[in-house]
Ligand binder design. Structure first.
Ligand code: FAD
Ligand code: NAD
Length: 483
């Protein structure tokens, strides 16, 4: 694509990015690294009215949820695990206010960090609303109401997503909340209802369950983690039940009413009409793309039937010089997917090589045990008709996992019969989210399971589990019984 440099006026840019989340801010930084003149417009406002870059991920998603998952897992371990190490901790108590203060401090530090990164890269950071008009003009309205028109050679739309509201259980804070509300509870609810046993439901259900809430999760589908490898899903369900999460599958919520400070949730399952009473209800049934007042009537950019901005493989919208990335376009709603799209687009704009390998995007659920996968599930491979082999290594046979007192779960590798291509890797166990990176790299470079078998892994490490799983795929595991 032709890349004309901007004229250099105060409101004239090579690239204007609308949205400063994990898709938008990397696009802006990479474009600036490519020596382009860049502005990044973001309208995020926190509940206290403060503006912040970083979007959903840093302000109300990935980062605060992981901060609370870490704190609550430590609390859980003090009570459930330390004694096994011979450490007796008397009177360990909970200070939710301090837990929340720590989380808020991490979020503040990270979001201020984004602003510092933008500035250091030479990006003009503008806080307020952006609307795309015809001819790659962006109408910018600052939070104080002042307006400017920005012109650009290229506009990158990165407006993100918002939670889906359930008609039968509309949000009504503080009782019926979305994930952001559930990250900010000031006390541990005695009874917590969660609608949706997806990633958010499991992570936030774990957070509050570990602190003592009685958690009931209502999931509409009959299968647990239907989108994941089912051997992994079965193992996960076992552990969530052990943690105390009461996960009810095939549950169709029909209503939620406030009564005497509690929420009465009605639902239907195979046995008929059911009812539960909870103190707080989290609705986590997915997110939808967000594009409110983003596209002027003359912008030419179109949405699909589900509200996603239409793009091709390289994130081009079909309007010359207008691109879209992250949660507002097709594909998994993951921060790292948006980031790579942002980098790709910024490089393509500068006339450099850019590509996203959509087949090799890792997924991680940050529960305990952690769950992570990349590539195809066993069910998907079976459906494709391809001959495959499977190697599974249990963490019970890992010295490091035993030393950590976290020997639950397994690493599983699926490879093609014949050329031995790695087709999918599924891990449930300690640090699965870190371990999956090796599988991602292996698949990105088209490694075979034999390549992993022949790669030396330090001992004793958790990473040996993937090494042994690869060996197990050929019934050559050394540290577990080959089946
Ligand atoms: P967003 O992060 O939503 O950012 C979009 C930004 O654009 C926002 O700041 C918004 O205010 C701004 N904006 C929108 N329209 C305009 C406009 N017209 N003008 C100006 N600004 C505008 N993903 C992971 O990969 N790992 C995780 O661990 C993880 N945990 C999560 C936990 C929770 C509780 C939630 C809710 C999500 C989590 N996600 C996680 C998903 C992740 O947050 C999203 O995939 C990611 O934030 C998408 O990035 P984005 O830049 O596309 O959109
Ligand atoms: P999700 O799609 O992961 O799960 C939603 C769940 O709700 C599904 O199991 C679905 O079957 C169920 N559901 C849908 N409608 C329902 C209904 N009416 N009643 C009961 N159950 C219903 O969505 P989420 O958990 O809300 O997360 C939203 C997005 O945020 C996801 O795309 C996810 O990728 C992202 N996210 C990622 C992470 C992570 O990477 N660790 C963490 C949190 C969120």
């Amino acid at each position: 694509m032709k890349n004309e440099k901007s004229g250099g006026g105060a409101d004239s840019f090579d690239v204007v990015v609308i949205g400063g989340g994990p898709a938008g801010y990397p696009a802006a930084i990479r474009a600036a690294q490519n020596k382009l003149r860049v502005a990044c417009v973001d309208e995020w406002k926190n509940r206290d009215g403060s503006a912040a870059f970083g979007g959903t991920c840093l302000n109300a998603g990935c980062i605060p949820s992981k901060a609370l998952l870490e704190s609550t897992e430590l609390y859980h371990r003090v009570h459930e695990e330390f004694a096994a190490h011979g450490i007796k901790v008397g009177g360990a108590t909970l200070d939710v206010a301090q837990m929340q203060k720590r989380k808020n401090g991490i979020v503040r530090g990270m979001t201020q960090g984004i602003l510092a990164l933008l500035k250091a890269a030479g990006v003009t950071a503008l806080q307020g609303h952006g609307t795309l008009r015809a001819g790659r003009r962006v109408e910018f309205t600052a939070h104080d109401g002042t307006r400017r028109e920005l012109s650009a050679q290229h506009v990158v739309l990165a407006s993100g997503s918002v939670p889906i509201e359930l008609r039968s259980a509309p949000f009504k804070a503080p009782h019926i909340v979305d994930s952001w509300g559930a990250l900010d509870f000031e006390t541990v609810p005695k009874r917590l209802g969660v609608i949706g046993a997806g990633v958010i439901g499991l992570e936030l259900g774990s957070v509050w369950g570990r602190l003592g809430a009685e958690v009931v999760v209502l999931e509409a589908l009959p299968d647990f983690l239907a989108f994941a490898d089912q051997q992994l899903a079965r193992e996960a369900l076992k552990h969530f039940k052990k943690l105390g999460l009461d996960i009810r599958l095939g549950a169709k919520v029909t209503g939620a009413a406030l009564a005497r400070g509690a929420v009465e949730v009605s639902y239907e399952d195979a046995k008929g009409a059911q009812r539960i009473a909870v103190d707080r209800l989290v609705v986590a049934i997915g997110r939808r793309p967000y594009s409110q007042d983003l596209l002027g009537a003359d912008s030419g950019v179109t949405l699909d039937e589900r509200g996603f901005i239409r793009v091709d493989e390289a994130c081009r919208t079909g309007v010359e010089g207008v691109w879209a990335i992250g949660d507002c376009v097709r594909g998994p709603m993951l921060a790292h997917k948006g980031k790579e799209e942002g980098v790709m687009v910024a490089d393509l704009i500068a006339g450099r090589f850019g590509e996203v390998n959509y087949k090799v995007i890792p997924s991680v659920i940050y529960t305990a045990p952690e769950i992570a996968w990349v590539g195809l599930t066993e069910e998907q491979i079976k459906a494709s008709g391809r001959d495959y082999k499977s190697g599974v290594f249990p963490f019970l046979a890992s010295g490091r996992a035993r030393a950590l007192e976290q020997a639950a779960g397994f690493a599983k590798i699926l490879a093609a019969q014949g050329d031995d291509e790695i087709l999918g890797v599924h891990i449930i166990g300690p640090m699965a989210g870190e371990l999956i990176a090796e599988a991602v790299l292996a698949m990105e470079y088209s490694a075979s399971s034999e390549d992993l078998q022949r790669t030396i892994h330090a001992h004793p490490t958790l990473a040996e589990a993937l090494h042994e799983a690869a060996l197990a795929a050929d019934k050559r595991s050394i540290d577990s019984i080959n089946r």
